[in-house]
Ligand binder design. Structure first.
Ligand SMILES: CC(C)(COP(=O)(O)OP(=O)(O)OC[C@H]1O[C@@H](n2cnc3c(N)ncnc32)[C@H](O)[C@@H]1OP(=O)(O)O)[C@@H](O)C(=O)NCCC(=O)NCCS
Length: 415
């Protein structure tokens, strides 16, 4: 069983998170990902948020598994020539530097196409063309400018960013889709093309249900929002706390032990089809005959009371116990699982979604494995490379450089 992207070679000019997320997925699928890093320091995340002195950080190691590391400075004379040979030898180049950085290295898109017309050139930028096109962007800037922050948070509270890295990793995943589409297209056209994804656009795409609600708002209040029926709606989609984004009301309720355990909560969705079973189990069979409760339209007026009654019941049980009782009744629910619980979750280890790998300097560490499972092309998860670990190997075997050429490049500080 071969790897899905075996034979595809990626020139990985990415750093921090958005770009490395993209190339790590391609590497999991079997592409040969050659990460080009600045000699001496490498990807800045190698030294950011370090937990062990002088050892590559988890920030770096968890985003750069399955890749080879080559140190190369394309701004030197020898480095520039070697970089051009990489363009010749690779199928896809991925980068997420600030706008114009690759051009300033001497490689605008026209030059790349001239060197290798089959090259697919994929970029993450903060914004697409427009007033902010030249801005540098990090995760939370994208969340704020893409609609996530304005629609997340407590009803009367601040705009809030989420811990899910929808700007960085979300954009990287979008870029993977673009690269795969361009690779498929190249099979027919014989030509590469540019693939671009802006972090603002990726976040907005992930927030599309809120743009849906913005348009619904013109036709009346959003009845599934906690502001309905008593609160006020303005002219933009409001924050909705933990209300369910779909048409089925849901909320987070406390479970036994919540006073001391910050994660002793569960999300419960009151789907119409399973409402009778839910009402019975929480001791409210009376609701089923009561017109004030027995239709979704009636309940929407008293969601606060509904979840308060559900909570009275969930507070008598642990979150996993609630899950075990509600699941067989087809009541959709999800315990709030902490990172500690997820790290130890056996089923995630069994599926390879959480993987332990061994690193020569840090020892064993946990990383996320490929969450996308292919039936005939499983992914192996490997540790991240040390800085420049593969420089010589790649220069010799991929580019065919000899010892003399490598020595000249070394003397110029190019590698
Ligand atoms: C993330 C970001 C804000 C970081 O900004 P930064 O740390 O100032 O880094 P930049 O991208 O501006 O610049 C990188 C510089 O390193 C240089 N560089 C990169 N790799 C190099 C190498 N191997 N050898 C020598 N120089 C190198 C670049 O040429 C550039 O120099 P220049 O600006 O003088 O031309 C910025 O890269 C960005 O906005 N990227 C696009 C959006 C993005 O991906 N954001 C999310 C990151 S998770």
């Amino acid at each position: 069983m071969g790897k899905a992207l075996e034979g595809v070679r990626i020139l990985d000019m990415t750093h921090v998170q958005a770009g490395p997320t993209c190339t790590q997925i391609l590497a999991w699928f079997g592409a040969d990902v050659i990460k080009i890093e600045r000699p001496g320091s490498g990807d800045p995340t190698r030294s950011q948020l370090r937990d062990i002195p002088d050892v590559d950080s988890l920030y770096f190691t968890m985003l750069n598994g399955n890749k080879r590391s080559v140190t190369l400075n394309p701004k030197t004379e020898a480095g520039n020539k070697i970089f051009a040979r990489f363009i010749e030898a690779c199928d896809v180049m991925v980068e997420n530097f600030a706008p114009g950085a690759i051009d300033r290295m001497g490689f605008p898109w026209e030059k790349i196409q001239e060197i290798n017309p089959r090259m697919i050139y994929a970029s993450v930028k903060g914004f697409g063309p427009g007033p902010f096109a030249d801005c540098k962007v990090y995760e939370n800037v994208a969340q704020c400018t893409g609609g996530a922050a304005s629609t997340s948070g407590e009803i009367d509270g601040f705009p809030t960013v989420t811990g899910a890295q929808i700007g960085d990793s979300g954009c990287g995943i979008h870029l993977v889709a673009g690269i795969l589409a361009a690779l498929f297209h190249r099979e027919k056209s014989g030509r590469g093309q540019r693939v671009e994804c802006a972090m603002q656009d990726a976040v907005l795409n992930l927030c599309r249900v809120k743009l849906r609600d913005q348009q619904r708002l013109a036709h009346g209040p959003l009845k599934e929002y906690p502001q309905y029926p008593n609160g006020e709606f303005g002219d933009a989609v409001p924050r909705a706390g933990n209300a369910s984004g779909g048409g089925q009301p849901g909320w987070i309720v406390k479970c036994k032990g919540w006073e001391t355990d910050p994660d002793s909560y569960i999300y419960v969705i009151t789907q119409a089809a399973s409402f009778p079973a839910l009402a019975k189990v929480i001791g409210h069979e009376d609701w089923l005959e009561n017109p004030e409760w027995n239709t979704p339209e009636a309940r929407i007026h008293r969601l606060e009371q509904l979840f308060a009654e559900i909570e009275k019941w969930t507070m008598t049980k642990g979150k996993m116990e609630v899950m075990e009782i509600l699941n067989p009744l087809n009541v959709p629910c999800g315990p709030i699982l902490s990172m500690k619980e997820l790290a130890n979750e056996e089923s995630l280890r069994n599926t390879g979604t959480v993987v332990e790998v061994d690193h020569p300097e840090r020892g064993k560490y946990l990383t996320i494995g490929n969450p996308i499972k292919l039936s005939d092309s499983p992914s192996d998860v490997e540790r991240s490379p040390l800085l420049g670990e593969h420089t010589e190997e790649v220069l010799k075997t991929v580019l065919g450089l000899d010892d003399g050429e490598i020595e000249t490049a070394r003397q110029q500080g190019a590698i």
